[in-house]
Design a protein around this ligand. Structure first.
Ligand SMILES: [Zn+2]
Length: 420
């Protein structure tokens, strides 16, 4: 006898009464089978429901009852039967630790074979999933009607929804679909679900991912889409709220669309607004003009970087000229990046014959350095310096770089000690 599927009788049922038929324990946990259930099992691209199961004798209708119940964390269908994986609610054991779950601890909560229980579905999660799934049907249906492409892959999780199309769409075309679907949503069209006979089915033009046999469940959004589907749906399109396309990428011979519906679309709009608000405040631009402001700032930044590089090079040339003809040179310069340190050392090597050493950093964090010698081998010196000054780094024969964990005085003392 298969589990009675209450979710197909009423997709809005969030509380139901049932009897425990079987409790099993395997390496994935403890699973309960009921004679009937409103918990939708994972399938058809839709994640399962979660919620709680409580013995009827302990159930309180006027509030939550986690202490007396177990939480349903996974629901799976096997051979026509629906199994609920149950866990203890977190932190309700002695001293706030999790109670261990095993058939004995279930017994203490009245959850035994043939016990009458109340199942409670997480309504918010379920409505969210129905909104996403119904919205996806409308988008797939309209794309199919407009461009003839098929939905060849559907993935829905608690934070993303993707659909894969058999053909290519441009972003503008997708935006047209979004607008059209949202208009249909606002018409609050009925969503009809029915099981046609095989004769009736022959007359119906419906979308389907695979060749179907046996009873076919048709989900029809009046005037927008007809599709074979075993998932759960809202009863009128208005409940979807809105559809928002997020992004699109090439996928096999078509595209993969990332989209969201309902409260997720609202949350997405709020997130974008917050991002834009921060940019608007930082750049003192009106919220509807932030893109232009970012382009302007980015262009200014490029110009400043270009000018700064020019000034740096002139400064490095001047330093090199001031040290021209010297044998050894050791310099401490403020606030230079590694790249600049190397660049300055390189310039010095052209005018000085001996070791050219450039350091930049501070007393607290140590110094970055580059050491070079035209036509020489600086590696032994760098190795000795790293050992003496807790440094690290290396490089090529003529020019090496690294960092030392030492102050300026220590560096200078070491240099004069070895007498380079
Ligand atoms: Zn579906």
């Amino acid at each position: 006898m298969n589990t009675q599927r209450l979710f197909y009788e009423d997709a809005y049922m969030t509380e139901f009464e049932a009897n425990i038929e079987e409790i099993i324990s395997d390496d994935t946990g403890i699973w309960i089978r009921l004679n009937r259930t409103a918990f939708y099992p994972e399938g058809g691209g839709q994640p399962c429901d979660t919620g709680l199961i409580c013995a009827k004798e302990y159930f309180s209708y006027d509030g939550e009852c986690p202490r007396d119940s177990v939480q349903v964390t996974d629901v799976q269908e096997r051979d026509g039967e629906i199994w609920h994986r149950v866990e203890m609610f977190h932190g309700l054991g002695e001293n706030g630790v999790d109670e261990e779950i095993h058939p004995e601890s279930l017994k203490a909560k009245g959850l035994t074979h043939q016990a009458t229980v109340i199942g409670k579905i997480d309504e918010h999660r379920r409505l969210d999933l129905m909104q996403q799934h119904s919205g996806e049907h409308m988008v797939s249906g309209l794309i199919h009607r407009t461009y003839g492409y098929d939905n060849v892959g559907f993935h829905l999780s608690m934070d993303t929804m993707t659909l894969d199309l058999s053909g290519d769409l441009s972003w503008e075309e997708l935006m047209d679909i979004e607008r059209a679907v949202n208009r249909l949503i606002r018409k609050n069209l009925p969503v009809n679900i029915y099981y046609p006979t095989s004769e009736e089915l022959k007359e119906i033009d419906y979308r389907s991912k695979k060749e179907l046999s046996g009873e076919v469940r048709i989900v029809e959004v009046s005037g927008a889409d007809t599709c074979a589907c075993c998932g759960l749906h809202v009863s009128r399109t208005g409940e979807i709220g809105a559809v928002k396309m997020l992004s699109m990428q090439k996928w096999k011979n078509g595209v993969r669309i990332f989209m969201c519906c309902g409260e997720r679309a609202e949350n997405y709009a709020r997130m974008l607004q917050e991002q834009n608000r921060k940019i608007s405040v930082t750049l003192s631009a009106k919220p509807e003009e932030t893109a232009d402001a970012v382009v302007r700032v980015s262009a200014e930044l490029s110009k400043v970087k270009f000018e700064l590089t020019g000034w740096k090079y002139r400064m490095f040339d001047a330093i090199a000229a001031a040290n021209a003809g010297k044998d050894q040179v050791i310099l401490f310069e403020e606030d230079l990046y590694m790249e600049d340190i190397r660049h300055l050392t390189d310039k010095l090597m052209k005018t000085c014959a001996g070791y050219c050493m450039v350091f930049s950093g501070d007393e607290e964090n140590g110094y970055r350095y580059a050491v070079g010698k035209r036509g020489g081998d600086v590696r032994p010196l760098v190795k000795a310096m790293n050992e003496a000054l807790s440094g690290r780094g290396g490089g090529k024969t003529e020019l090496s770089q690294g960092t030392v964990r030492a102050g300026k005085a220590q560096v200078e003392a070491w240099v004069s000690e070895i007498g380079v």
